[in-house]
Design a binder for this molecule. Structure first.
Ligand SMILES: NC(=O)C1=CN([C@@H]2O[C@H](COP(=O)(O)OP(=O)(O)OC[C@H]3O[C@@H](n4cnc5c(N)ncnc54)[C@H](OP(=O)(O)O)[C@@H]3O)[C@@H](O)[C@H]2O)[C@@H](O)CC1
Ligand SMILES: Nc1ncnc2c1ncn2[C@@H]1O[C@H](COP(=O)(O)OP(=O)(O)O)[C@@H](O)[C@H]1O
Ligand SMILES: [K+]
Length: 535
C-alpha cells in the first residue's frame, strides 16, 4: 500500500523514527542517497556529465548537499548554487562537499542570475533542493528569479527533491510560481501536494527515495494511492456456474429530454462492469437510450411536463425498488421543479412545506400515502443533477440516511453541496471532512480523483488524462460504480474499483485515440478489457 502524507503526518513520522533510534542526519543521508541513485540512473555514465544543485536554507537543501556528494563521488562534475544558506561548520554535508572541492556560487553574489544561467545552460541535470515541505508562502523576489532560469524550453533535465520548490506540500498550490520539474523524487513518502494540481503537473514523473520510517504510525489517517494492487482483490468473482441473478440488478434513473444520452451511458457503464441486469427507469425521453442498449429492460414511469420525472413516478418506483441491489440516480435527469420534488420525496426529505403542498398524497393511511412514502433505497450512486437538486434541499445532510450513498460530484457540484463560492485549497481534506459530516462515500472527481469514506479512509487516484475531459464520462462512472454496488461491493470499495476501472479504460482509449476526440461511449468496450487486465 502506498501511503500519501501531509506535512504534519510526515514530520510526525520523522519524529517517531527518531524516537525509535534513527537520527536526523541518518534520515537525510538515506534520503539524499536514494535521490542520488535516481539521478545517476537518469544521467547514464556520469563521467563528464555536469550537474548543478540548487541548495536552499532548510533540510531540503541538506538533502541536496548529500545528493551532490554522491553524484560527485560517482564521477559527475557537480556545481553548487546556494540561496539563503549560510555556511556553518556544523553543516556537515556542506563541509563534506567543501572537502571534495565542489564549485560554489552564492545567489547573493549573482543578483542578475548571470552565473546561474550559464551553469544551467551547460548542465545535463539540475537538482532542485531549494524548498521542500517547508514551503510556507508564495515564492517571490530572488527565489522567483532563480526559478525562472529553469523555465522550459531548457536543455538540462530538472530533478526536484521531495517537491518542486514553490509547490505547497498539502494542497499542490503554487501561488507564486514553482519549479517545473521533469521528475520529483519524494523522500520517504509522497506528499499530498504532489498528487493535486498544479503540483502534480509541476512534479513530472514521481519517484520515491526509501526512508526507514515506522510505517504503522498514523497509518489510518493517511491517504492511500489507488493502484492496481489495492483494487485487484475487490474484483467480483465470476464462478463458472453463475447466472445473471448472481451479479445483481441495477436500476438507473437518469436522462431527460435535454440529456437523453446520459441514461444510455450510465446503463451501459453498469452493464460493462458485469452487473447481471440493468433496468432504465423513465419516460419517453429515455426510450432512445433503452433502444441503444437492447440488453437493458425498461421501467416506464409516469411523466410530468416535457417528459420529466415528477412525483407521480414514485408509486411505480416504490413497487420496483425492492428487486434491485443498486440504484444510479441523477445523471442528466434535469433540475426541473417536478424532478426536484420527486427526488426530495424519493429520498424522504420533504419539508413540512412540501408536505402541505402534496398533503393529500401523504395524508392519513390512504393507499396513495403508502405508495408514495419514501422507499428504502438500495445502495445508491447519487450523481450530477441528483446532487444539484439535493443541494437545494435545506439541511439535507442532517436528514439523509447515513452510509447509503456514493456521491460523485465534480468540483462544481461539490461547491453546491457545500454551499460555498470556492472550494478550499486542500481537496483531500475537503472530501474527507464532507464524507465524515454527511456519512456518505464521496468521490470528488477531477484529473486527480479523491475517494473518501465516512470512517476517515481515503484513496487518491492519480489518473490525469485529457481524453476524459469530455461530456458524458461522468455518467459512465456513475453507472460503473452502480454496477459494482449491485455485485455486492461495499460503497467505498465500489467507488474505488469504479474509479480505477474508469481510469484504466480511459488510458486504453487514450493509447489508441490520443488526447482529443474520444467519446464517453468509447470507454464502454474498454471496461471489460480493463477488468481482464486487472484480473
Ligand atoms: N528532517 C529530516 O531528517 C528529513 C528531512 N527531509 C527533507 O527536509 C525537507 C523539509 O525541510 P525543512 O522543514 O527544513 O523545510 P525546507 O523545505 O527545506 O524549507 C524551509 C526553509 O525555507 C524557507 N522558506 C519557506 N518557504 C519560503 C518561501 N516561499 N520563500 C522563501 N523562503 C521560504 C524557510 O524560511 P523562513 O520561512 O523561516 O523564512 C526555511 O528556511 C523535506 O522536504 C525533505 O526534503 C527528508 O529528507 C527526510 C529527512
Ligand atoms: N483531465 C482529466 N484527467 C482525468 N480525468 C478527468 C479529466 N477530466 C475529467 N476527468 C474525469 O472524467 C469524468 C467527468 O465527469 P463529469 O465532470 O461529471 O462529466 P459529465 O457530467 O459530462 O459526465 C470524471 O470521472 C473525471 O474525474
Ligand atoms: K525541492
Amino acid at each position: 500500500m502506498q501511503k500519501i502524507v501531509t506535512q504534519t503526518e510526515m514530520y510526525a513520522l520523522e519524529h517517531a523514527a527518531v524516537a525509535h533510534g534513527a537520527t536526523w542526519e541518518g534520515l537525510m543521508e538515506q534520503a539524499g542517497w536514494g535521490v542520488a541513485q535516481v539521478a545517476l540512473a537518469r544521467l547514464g555514465d556520469p563521467k563528464g556529465r555536469r550537474v548543478v544543485v540548487l541548495v536552499g536554507p532548510g533540510n531540503n537543501g541538506g538533502d541536496g548537499l548529500v545528493v551532490a556528494r554522491h553524484v560527485h563521488d560517482a564521477g559527475a562534475q557537480v556545481a553548487l548554487y546556494f540561496w539563503r544558506r549560510q555556511f556553518a561548520p556544523s553543516d556537515a554535508n556542506w563541509q563534506r562537499c567543501r572537502t571534495r572541492g565542489l564549485a560554489e556560487t552564492m545567489a547573493a553574489d549573482d543578483p542578475t542570475q548571470t552565473s546561474l544561467r550559464k551553469l544551467v545552460a551547460e548542465a545535463d541535470l539540475v537538482v532542485d533542493a531549494l524548498l521542500g515541505m517547508g514551503t510556507s508562502r508564495p515564492v517571490e523576489g530572488p527565489l522567483a528569479a532563480i526559478i525562472a532560469t529553469l523555465q522550459p524550453p531548457r536543455r538540462p533535465l530538472v530533478l526536484a527533491i521531495d517537491l518542486p520548490s514553490g509547490v505547497d506540500a498539502g494542497t499542490g498550490a503554487a501561488p507564486g510560481g514553482a519549479v517545473c520539474a521533469d521528475l520529483t523524487v519524494a523522500t520517504g513518502l509522497p506528499k499530498r501536494g504532489l498528487l493535486l494540481y498544479p503540483g502534480r503537473r509541476l512534479a513530472g514523473t514521481l519517484e520515491l527515495a526509501i526512508l526507514e520510517l515506522p510505517h504503522d504510525y498514523l497509518e489510518t489517517t493517511m491517504s492511500d494511492l489507488l493502484r492496481a494492487a489495492e483494487v485487484q482483490p475487490l474484483l467480483p468473482a465470476r464462478p463458472p456456474d453463475a447466472h445473471k441473478g448472481s451479479f445483481g440488478k441495477v436500476l438507473v434513473l437518469a436522462g431527460s429530454l435535454h440529456f437523453p444520452g446520459a441514461a444510455y451511458l450510465a446503463c451501459a457503464g453498469a452493464a460493462r462492469v458485469g452487473a447481471g441486469l440493468v433496468t432504465l427507469a423513465g419516460g419517453r425521453a429515455v426510450l432512445g437510450s433503452a433502444m441503444r442498449l437492447p440488453e437493458a429492460t425498461l421501467l416506464p414511469l409516469a411523466e410530468g411536463d416535457w417528459g420529466a420525472v415528477g412525483p407521480g413516478a414514485l408509486a411505480e418506483l416504490n413497487k420496483a425498488l425492492p428487486n434491485y441491489q443498486a440504484l444510479v440516480l441523477g445523471p442528466g435527469m434535469g433540475q426541473g421543479e417536478a424532478t426536484g420534488e420527486f427526488l426530495q420525496r424519493l429520498l424522504g426529505l420533504e419539508t413540512p412545506k412540501s408536505r402541505v403542498r402534496v398533503g393529500f398524497l401523504i395524508d392519513s393511511n390512504s393507499d396513495e400515502a403508502t405508495e408514495n412514502a419514501a422507499p428504502d433505497l438500495p445502495p445508491t450512486v447519487l450523481d450530477a443533477d441528483g446532487l444539484n437538486l439535493l443541494a437545494k434541499i435545506e439541511e439535507w445532510h442532517e436528514r439523509l440516511p447515513r452510509e447509503r450513498f456514493v456521491f460523485t460530484p465534480h468540483p462544481g457540484e461539490m461547491r453546491r453541496l457545500l454551499g460555498v463560492e470556492q472550494l478550499p485549497a486542500d481537496l483531500v481534506a475537503t472530501a474527507c471532512e464532507a464524507a465524515k459530516r454527511w456519512g456518505q462515500v464521496v468521490v470528488l472527481k477531477g484529473a486527480t480523483t479523491i475517494i473518501a469514506s465516512p470512517d476517515g479512509r481515503n484513496r487518491i487516484h492519480d489518473g490525469a488524462n485529457p481524453a476524459l475531459a469530455t461530456a458524458g464520462t461522468g455518467d459512465v462512472l456513475a453507472g460503473v460504480i452502480g454496477g459494482l454496488l449491485a455485485q455486492g461491493l461495499a460503497p467505498y470499495d465500489a467507488a474505488s474499483l469504479g474509479v480505477f476501472l474508469h481510469g484504466a479504460a480511459a488510458a486504453r482509449v487514450r493509447a489508441t485515440l490520443g488526447d482529443a476526440g474520444a467519446l464517453a461511449s468509447d470507454l464502454l468496450p474498454e471496461l471489460p478489457r480493463a477488468m481482464l487486465e486487472l484480473r
